[in-house]
Design a protein. Sequence first.
Length: 143
Amino acid sequence: MANATEHNTTAIGAPNSAMRFITQYPEPELPRRNNYNVHTSTPWGTAQTATYFGEGLVQYSTAGHGGFHVSAGLLKRMPEYLQTRDKYTNGKAGWFEEDCAWAIVAICYPERFTQYERQEAVRTMQSYYADVWQQFCENGGLI
């Protein structure tokens, strides 16, 4: 079910559903996402570039892989069952790899992502993290 919201965006999903919660935000007026050269240690090796998604949220790229780092302060907004869900970071809270676990970040901080990115995050969650997506939905998608 889709219909227009007060922000002239299309919210997808049943009223009060997690999908509606994630897609109801207006298209954010995001600051331009610039890449910066960095040499920061990540679970995937030394980062070469960083892209800032606002305070406390950084996407790192290495020579072979990459992902997001969520600061300790911002991580407090994320449900505990999602904080260490990414098996590719050896249980390190706050790190989420770029192939699938990025979707956890997008559903928890939807105001930092475009509507297209949020919709892709939901699809990724449904495909790769079906169990926690179900749990997230049962909690109403509320963070």
